[in-house]
Ligand binder design. Structure first.
Ligand SMILES: Cc1cc2nc3c(=O)[nH]c(=O)nc-3n(C[C@H](O)[C@H](O)[C@H](O)COP(=O)(O)O)c2cc1C
Length: 172
């Protein structure tokens, strides 16, 4: 799938088939994260690929708004350099978006998890104190029911994209 098609068609995926995700695929997805823009090229991120079912179950239990992680065949835990106070969040967010789009282009889905017990997740994964858990991204083939039932979710272009001046829609 080309990049634009992947970006325009990607949806959050919270339910997955049981089909395993190869380590090589997850490394490609992490590479997409590594290639994100970052302020002053600090690359304040670190990625932990998880495919061990027991660990995925434990992570799911610690993801308050992402229990679905426990039902995924794989995940990538994104860590942020605690020393990068100014741009760490923006940079890691860009890495996440790159990974979501790359995964989608490879036929895999994910969903950002916003609320989790970062300290317990860090303890399970042996994360050093200089890193914070930024998010947990499950990865897997989307369950067929996931995408089929979705309605439109974007604010209209005419409300969000102007030309030359605020309030002058680029397309009416
Ligand atoms: C910063 C951020 C935090 C999010 N946190 C959660 C979450 O905790 N649980 C969840 O199910 N979805 C979460 N989402 C996914 C959004 O709900 C989803 O991306 C949004 O509804 C748009 O849907 P789409 O990704 O299919 O376009 C989060 C997304 C972002 C960008």
């Amino acid at each position: 799938m080309d990049a634009l098609k992947a970006i325009l068609s990607r949806r959050a995926v919270r339910e997955f088939t049981k089909q395993p995700v190869a380590l090589e695929q997850l490394i490609k997805i992490a590479d997409a994260g590594r290639h994100a823009m970052s302020a002053r090229n600090q690359q304040p991120w670190h990625f932990i690929i998880v495919r061990e079912p027991k660990t995925l179950t434990e992570l799911g239990a610690l993801c308050t708004t992402g229990r679905f992680v426990g039902g995924a065949p794989s995940a990538i835990v994104v860590l942020k350099d605690k020393g990068n106070q100014r741009w760490g969040d923006s940079d890691c967010a860009q890495a996440v978006q790159n990974m979501a789009n790359a995964a989608w282009a490879m036929g895999l889905g994910t969903c950002w998890v916003g609320h989790f017990d970062g300290q317990k997740i860090a303890a399970i994964l042996g994360v050093p104190d200089s890193w914070a858990v930024f998010t947990v991204l499950p990865f897997g083939s989307p369950a067929p029911s996931e995408i089929a039932s979705r309605g439109p979710r974007l604010r209209p272009r005419a409300e969000t994209v102007d030309s030359e001046h605020f309030g002058r829609p680029a397309v009416s």
